[in-house]
Design a protein around this ligand. Structure first.
Ligand SMILES: [Zn+2]
Length: 165
């Protein structure tokens, strides 16, 4: 009767799907994160963090935390990771790992979950303190670029509302 076809389409399917988690180089990512952690600048907390991720074109990008005397301006390891992602060709993150000074898994902080969400590949997986999880599991109901697209404010021309922050 109804011509409406409820096909299970995904709206975020331009990039290739993340491969099954068994195929992901978790050990290599942990090693890259640990190597990045050794570059951390942490004179105030003495809490080095390293992060590494596999991109959808097979690169591994990484980052370390960089503290600041102001404390509040400290950059998490994920900040330098996504900067490196962009600086080395862009792309999307397929798998992510983050470690502390002993090489043990760490959870990205709340802000960094949002950073990772922005650059996630469909089905991106994260190694966490409680095993491998999806982006949706670590940041459910996330706000993202799709919401800006919905309201037509994703481009530079924000003509209606005062964006005065
Ligand atoms: Zn963070």
């Amino acid at each position: 009767m109804s011509a409406r076809d409820e096909s299970p389409t995904t709206t975020d399917a331009t990039a290739p799907m993340t491969p099954p988690e068994a195929d992901l180089p978790w050990e290599e990512l942990a090693e890259a994160a640990t190597a990045a952690m050794r570059n951390a600048y942490v004179p105030y907390s003495s809490f080095p963090v390293g992060a590494a991720a596999l991109t959808d074109d097979g690169r591994i990008v990484s980052g370390c935390n960089v503290e600041n005397a102001s404390y509040g301006l400290t950059l998490c390891a994920e900040c330098s990771l996504v900067s490196q992602l962009q600086m080395t060709g862009g792309g999307r993150l397929v798998a992510f790992s983050c470690v502390d000074g002993n090489g043990n898994a760490l959870m990205p902080c709340g802000r960094c979950r949002q950073l990772l969400y922005e650059f996630r590949a469909p089905g991106m997986l994260l190694m966490t303190v409680s095993g491998i999880k999806t982006m949706d599991e670590v940041l459910p109901d996330a706000f993202g670029p799709q919401h800006l697209a919905d309201t037509g404010t994703s481009s530079a021309g924000n003509t209606e509302s005062g964006n005065t922050t």
